[in-house]
Design a protein around this ligand. Structure first.
Ligand SMILES: [Zn+2]
Length: 159
């Protein structure tokens, strides 16, 4: 990777740490020409690894920008939160879907986004559900869950 300061064509990795909870590698790089130190993150790209299976039978490419925008729209009550958190929330959705073995559908993207928003900001989750016509109800355990989306095979207590 070239240097972010002087555009020298090569930089050396001086330190590297895999994340224990996510498919993510943190790297510290140093430019041999100007000495600049900078950090990079390596993570799987859903767009390059998993096509989105549409109901028509066609496939689409995952679009992180679209997801960031739709998450931002769920924060009309707190625009600052959208500015600071929409990117990493969208990346968390991407990482979650990347680490699932099953095919990804638009419903999976919506359900995963809703689950992640719920843990972060209940009101944003409600707004997201309303915008995407997700039917949200309270389960017996008192936790909101998605209904009317057909059988879910990924039910687990942690989700
Ligand atoms: Zn440099």
């Amino acid at each position: 990777m070239f240097c972010v300061n002087c555009f020298h064509k090569n930089t050396a990795v001086t330190n590297s740490r895999p994340n224990k909870k996510q498919p993510l590698v943190w790297r510290r790089r140093r430019c041999p020409s100007c000495g600049t130190l900078f950090t990079t993150y390596e993570r799987p790209s859903l767009a390059d690894n998993k096509p989105i299976h549409l109901p028509s039978g066609k496939t689409d490419t995952f679009n992180l920008g679209k997801l960031i925008l739709s998450i931002s729209k769920a924060f009309t009550h707190d625009p600052k939160a959208a500015e600071y958190h929409a990117l990493w929330l969208a990346q968390t959705v991407e990482d979650t879907l990347s680490s699932q073995r099953q095919q990804v559908t638009p419903e999976d993207i919506e359900a995963t986004t809703h689950d992640i928003l719920k843990k972060f900001d209940e009101l944003a989750a409600v707004q997201y559900a309303a915008r995407h016509q997700l039917i949200v109800s309270l389960s017996r355990r008192g936790r909101p869950s998605l209904r009317g989306r057909g059988p879910r095979t990924d039910e687990s207590p942690s989700r």
